[in-house]
Design a protein around this ligand. Structure first.
Ligand SMILES: Cc1cc2nc3c(=O)[nH]c(=O)nc-3n(C[C@H](O)[C@H](O)[C@H](O)COP(=O)(O)OP(=O)(O)OC[C@H]3O[C@@H](n4cnc5c(N)ncnc54)[C@H](O)[C@@H]3O)c2cc1C
Length: 805
């Protein structure tokens, strides 16, 4: 065995083998995979092997489509059978809500280039004779779905990887991983030690144990999962062709043909996390004791829906463990704070997602960035709040909800109140309906009293609508306050901070006491952040940005940080605060501070230290609502005092507390996008309109400069536009397709109702030729087509006079 490799992958399941294959295929041949026993010695050998494209995250769905299409290529290359069956997949809806969900999935598939479409229930029965059409309202069909042989696929990846020059070592357990001073890793096995420039943990069922070898606690959890294989079912035997893979959501079952019977799997609500204290090191090609009683209730529903299933004898029961992440999606990429350590863990559908995960990991390692935004799978979307026990609770919640509908306005209940601020009880007492971002609770909207604080989960407008309208009215006409503990705050300081940030950020750095909005770009010119940078002192800067992306941004800064001269700190938890906005905001602030906050003394985009309501604060004159506004940041121990002071002083000014929903509505009528939705690494500066904040002429060679200049010359092919959508009781959320002359030309990245201008609005990307003000388009929303018109100027306060005044 060699003593050095550019990349060492731990784990020879489908995921590790796919990463190795993709690295070698894309030219990185100095890659080695170490497997404890035989390949497929974890979850991979006993998977049902079902493959499908549907995923709530469109980019993950896209990667699932890639994975499924890859199998033929793999077979051709390696001669290793992947056992591909493609009878297609049917997704059945038995309730109007589930039908809405399927309409959304179909809509997404349109712009992803997938062939998913509705078929008649009669047609569905032709594809699966066990279906009783009377029990359903609709059926979606995906022609590429089917199933594969898990062992065949894993071995084909390994064979393909060897073909391209990578190495696989079996019977080589990794027993230690030690980091060297230069950041590389000593990977210790009984056969010797390999020094890895990059280490990849793809240890599936043992991801936690392998993580701990490097001092890393991963929030993933193996879950027990049952499927049954029936005896021969006459309807299946006599069908004449393979029965389509079928998902019956309300019936809680997925099925595929196995010989002349069916394989039937289900996700039970009373699910069982397996090996909570650690996966036994000697576990291998074993199965777990089955417990049919646990899945009986779910199976009864399935048998009711497909009676022939209920009549069939059971030939075999499989109960095997596989690993879930807290939100059901994988955790991939470089781990923030642990140099050269990458994960590809929590991949719960390895045969649907393994190819895409392998592709993205390889692109990321080789090119420094994946070709599409992988935020939905990025390990950096979890931070220190995602402890092992929190991970277990959330992973179990996700397992149990696999067939349960989650609405766009719904937040899930498990593992809540993991992080709160001192205002939590006060906000709850005001009837706050809470959401969660990066583990921290924050108010979405206020129902007035705790007994009314419940939102109806829906695809349409919810009971929050009228309350949000009232909150916005108060902000637009008087003054509102919103807790901003959930904004990310980064601090960079030291003699090299200015030069460092000049390279990291595409805009010019502000003068002392001033703020600037700036994009952060990747070397390929993709957006990697939309940040507000404040220069506190000559050599000390604060950056304010997306809370969800705080670890992702930390990783980015640390990647480029020089050896000395610049210190980085994530200050998000050290600075909380409250923003105030509205025509009375200045009056409110002036009542609480001795500092002169007149327009002349405290200008738009100024930032100052001052005492506010007795407590030391950092006040920035900015606003995301479009009103005159101030963000007042304080240390957590002053949060409650600040709140009480504002509440008291604002009584006669019409002060009202508001939540995130109101803010998201107000920014829409200002044509402002948000990170993770409208702004993300899928788009460039020019496409998103952020080129207005790129200082092309600044001397610093900022990251992405060459790409941004090239794009400016060439012009972007698509543009982010704001749309007024002509609907009555439904609004865009995200991922709805946009049409022009009957052709799908783009998709919505965010949407909602803009209460002050009383219009349904959306933002989305369309070809540049269709981005002009007044262009008539259409948006598909829950199966209906609605006229949509591009509005290039904000409908609310187009000149920004209110904000600057
Ligand atoms: C009953 C059941 C049904 C399923 N059905 C489907 C399905 O229909 N479709 C689908 O897509 N997915 C399905 N899955 C899930 C699928 O099996 C997993 O997503 C997939 O196997 C995960 O692969 P992996 O490579 O991440 O992990 P694993 O398969 O667990 O592989 C990890 C590998 O790492 C090795 N390893 C661990 N520690 C070390 C170490 N210290 N040193 C060296 N090597 C080490 C292990 O020996 C193992 O081979 C199912 C799973 C189960 C249990």
């Amino acid at each position: 065995m060699e003593t050095h490799a550019r990349v060492v992958i731990i784990g020879g399941g489908v995921v590790g083998c796919s990463i190795l294959y993709h690295l070698a295929k894309h030219g990185l041949k100095d890659a080695v995979l170490l497997e404890r026993k035989e390949l497929t010695s974890g979850s991979s050998w006993h998977a049902a092997g079902v493959i499908h494209t549907i995923n709530a995250d469109p980019n993950i769905a896209r990667l699932q489509g890639y994975t499924i299409k890859l199998y033929n290529e793999l077979e051709d290359l390696t001669g290793q059978s992947c056992g591909i069956h493609r009878p297609g997949g049917i997704y059945l809806a038995a309730t109007p809500e589930r039908l809405d969900y399927l309409k959304q999935e179909r809509a997404k598939a349109r712009y992803m280039g997938l062939e998913t479409d509705f078929i008649s229930l009669e047609h569905a029965r032709e594809l699966n004779p066990l279906i009783d059409p009377k029990k359903y309202l609709g059926a979606l069909f995906e022609p590429v779905d089917g199933h594969v042989d898990p062992s065949g696929v894993t071995h084909a990846y390994a064979k393909g990887a060897r073909h391209y020059g990578a190495k696989v070592y079996r019977d080589t357990p990794v027993i230690e991983t030690k980091q060297r001073p230069d950041g590389s890793w000593d990977v210790v096995t009984p056969k010797g030690t390999i020094r890895a420039e990059i280490l990849v943990n793809a240890a599936g069922l043992w991801a936690r144990e392998v993580g701990r070898l490097a001092g890393l606690e991963l929030p993933v959890q193996p879950m027990e999962h049952h499927y049954l294989i029936t005896e021969t079912i006459p309807e299946v035997r006599d069908h004449g062709k393979e029965v389509a893979v079928t998902v019956d959501y309300e019936g809680n079952a997925y099925t595929r043909q196995e010989h002349q019977g069916l394989l039937l799997g289900t996700y039970e609500t009373n699910c069982v996390p397996w090996a909570v204290n650690g996966t036994p090191l000697d576990f291998g090609h074993e199965l777990l004791q089955d417990d049919l009683a646990r899945v009986t209730e779910r199976l009864e529903t399935a048998f009711e829906r497909m009676p022939a299933l209920g009549r069939a004898g059971i030939k075999k029961v499989i109960n095997g463990p596989f690993t879930f992440g807290p939100d059901g999606n994988p955790l991939i990429g470089p781990v923030p704070g642990l140099k050269n350590y990458w994960t590809a863990v929590g991949v719960m559908a390895g045969f649907c997602q393994g190819g895409g995960v392998g592709l993205c990991m390889a692109e990321w390692i080789i090119d420094g960035e994946p070709s599409i935004d992988v935020w939905g799978m990025d390990v950096a979307r979890f931070g220190s709040f995602a402890t092992r026990d929190w991970g277990r609770i959330k992973s179990a919640e996700n397992y149990s909800r696999r067939f349960i509908l989650t609405y766009p306005n719904e937040t899930l209940p498990a593992g809540r109140r993991q992080k709160t601020t001192a205002l939590y009880d006060r906000l709850i007492a005001r009837g706050a309906v809470m959401g969660v971002s990066f583990g921290l609770e924050h108010a979405l909207w206020f129902a007035g009293s705790p007994d009314k604080a419940k939102e109806t989960p829906t695809f349409r407008r919810s009971n929050a609508f009228a309350h949000v309208a009232e909150e916005i009215k108060a902000v637009r006409q008087a003054v509102g306050m919103i807790e901003i503990a959930n904004y990310a705050k980064h601090e960079l300081s030291g003699p090299g901070a200015e030069a460092f940030l000049d390279r990291m950020l595409a805009n010019k750095l502000p003068k002392e006491g001033r703020l600037a909005l700036t994009p952060m770009l990747t070397p390929k010119g993709k957006l990697y952040g939309d940040l507000t940078v404040a220069r506190m002192e000559k050599d000390r800067f604060h950056l304010f940005g997306s809370s969800a992306a705080q670890e992702m941004h930390r990783r980015w800064f640390e990647k480029y940080l020089p050896e000395k001269g610049v210190a980085y700190h994530n200050r998000t938890d050290d600075l909380q605060g409250i923003a105030i906005a509205g025509p009375n905001a200045r009056e409110l602030l002036s009542r609480l501070t001795a500092t002169d906050v007149s327009n002349a003394a405290f200008k738009f985009r100024d930032i100052k230290r001052m005492v506010v309501g007795l407590v030391p604060a950092l006040v920035a004159r900015v606003s995301f609502s479009g009103e005159l506004g101030y963000e007042i940041y304080v240390a957590p121990q002053y949060q409650l005092r600040l709140y009480e002071a504002l509440e008291e002083a604002g009584k006669d000014l019409g002060l009202r507390i508001y939540g995130g929903r109101a803010l998201m509505s107000m920014r829409l009528e200002k044509n402002w996008g948000v990170w993770t939705l409208d702004y993300r690494p899928d788009f460039t500066a020019a496409e998103s309109g952020f080129d207005a904040f790129v200082a092309f002429d600044k001397p610093a060679d900022f990251i992405g400069k060459a790409a941004a200049i090239a794009e400016r010359k060439r012009g972007p092919s698509k543009k982010l536009v704001t749309l007024v959508v002509d609907t009555k009781d439904v609004d865009c959320v995200a991922d709805e397709p946009i049409f022009h002359d009957g052709n799908c030309v783009g998709y919505v990245t965010s949407g909602g109702y803009a209460h002050s201008v009383k219009k349904s609005m959306a933002m989305g990307y369309v070809p540049k030729a269709l981005a002009a003000h007044g262009t008539k388009l259409e948006v598909e929303l829950l199966g209906e087509f609605y006229p949509a018109t591009v509005t290039a100027t904000p409908l609310y306060d187009p000149n920004g006079g209110k904000m600057r005044g």
